[in-house]
Write a new protein. Structure first.
Length: 247
């Protein structure tokens, strides 16, 4: 497989030449290939990062400061992209921002996650194309925009969440998904067999996994939520649990 071959080459180069090496931004599916082969790559001290804690698309860095004797940050730049006149701007969404960037001839692997809120976006990109985007991304649909390098990402990357109390028979992932997504238990089980469930960014095929506070669950086509905590037990022995649903 080309992807694992590339990862091995980067790991070997880091280890043998005493230098940091980096992948491009990897999709969730590509990251799953890494996770499946994680043990054999540990010799090169891999670390993952995508620009912020909630990033799903990530780079892998091979090498660490202790072994190499120097430090090197991930080559990731955050860009703020805003309409020049918000009052007259189109209602821009993720697809609009991504499409405009791709129309500039930028390959998807050069771009990380795009967080969109109130017609503006935070775009994570490889640092070597940040200047190109700043100079050339001037219009999205019918809206004139301005792109700038920024360190202020919290307002846009922080998710809009809705707190919800659910009642389940156990903290099993399939039971919680069924309740959060309003599915039957059988419908929830089908999601696992089809590979639609991710736990903390990793594919999850085990429907009996017991969720822990802080676990973030993504269900393709259904949404994303964080299992926050178990609150109490009802008179009938059900668990009252708090989840944070991403909007």
């Amino acid at each position: 497989m080309d992807e694992i071959k590339r990862l091995r080459e980067l790991a070997d180069r880091s280890f043998n030449n005493g230098q940091f090496t980096f992948t491009d931004f990897l999709s969730v599916a590509e990251l799953e290939i890494y996770y499946e082969n994680e043990k054999e790559l540990r010799f090169a001290s891999p670390k993952l990062f995508g620009g912020c804690d909630l990033s799903e698309r990530k780079m892998i860095r091979f090498g660490n400061e202790e072994e190499l004797g120097y430090s090197q940050e991930f080559p990731i730049t955050a860009l703020s992209v805003k309409p020049l006149l918000n009052k007259f701007a189109d209602d821009l969404n993720h697809r609009d921002f991504l499409g405009a960037l791709m129309n500039l001839g930028i390959k998807r692997e050069m771009l990380g996650d795009i967080f969109v809120k109130d017609k503006q976006a935070c775009v994570f990109c490889k640092e070597n194309i940040a200047g190109f985007i700043v100079d050339n991304l001037t219009r999205i649909k019918h809206t004139s925009v301005k792109a700038e390098i920024t360190d202020s990402i919290q307002d846009i990357t922080a998710p809009d969440v809705e707190e919800k109390i659910i009642q389940v028979s156990s903290q099993r992932i399939d039971a919680v998904i069924a309740r959060v997504c309003n599915l039957s238990r059988q419908e929830a089980l089908t999601l696992f067999s089809e590979g639609f469930v991710y736990r903390n960014g990793r594919s999850c095929s085990e429907n009996a996994v017991m969720l822990q506070p802080g676990d973030v669950i993504s269900v393709r086509g259904k949404g994303k939520f964080e299992f926050s905590q178990q609150l109490s037990i009802s008179r009938k022995g059900k668990l009252n649990c708090k989840v944070m649903i991403y909007r």
